[in-house]
Write a protein that binds this ligand. Structure first.
Ligand code: THU
Length: 133
């Protein structure tokens, strides 16, 4: 792993430590790198009304977008699973909307790491081009 990757894994793991997951006990962290080199992190935040739970990836994206960022390079996702945790379906839609075909780096707490392109994880996406009649 290069230094940048190491740093992003570390930031995602630290964000995971801030997860609010009392219902699932499944903690996730994310780190989103913007095209101008900034990093926005996110963790999952659960609610007693389960459906209101927000995933780590979407927290990171919404934080970045709300700060005016609109161009992204990579997203790191960290969870404590042997089979690396990929973004859920809702997150894939949001990632595609705001980040397009970015690099998605999945990691766990034991240094396992796998990289995908969003287009591999989310083929045949519905997006704005279908709205342009
Ligand atoms: N979760 C994420 O934050 N990101 C993912 O990629 C998968 C799932 C969260 C949502 C919920 O708080 C917990 O993990 C269990 O589904």
């Amino acid at each position: 792993m290069n230094t940048e990757q190491n740093e992003l894994v570390k930031l995602a793991a630290e964000a995971r430590g801030r997860a609010v997951a009392p219902f699932s006990n499944f903690k996730v962290g994310a780190a989103l790198l913007t095209n101008d080199g900034e990093v926005f992190t996110g963790c999952n935040i659960e609610n007693a009304s389960y459906g209101l739970t927000m995933c780590a990836e979407r927290v990171a994206i919404f934080k970045a977008v709300s700060e005016g960022k609109r161009a992204f390079e990579k997203i790191f996702v960290v969870a404590d699973t042997e089979d690396l945790t990929p973004p859920c379906g809702a997150c894939r839609q949001i990632i595609w909307e705001f980040c397009g075909d970015v690099e998605i780096v999945l990691t766990n707490l034991h240094g396992k790491i796998e990289t995908f392109q969003m287009s591999e994880l989310f083929p045949k996406a519905f997006d704005v081009k279908f709205l342009e009649k």
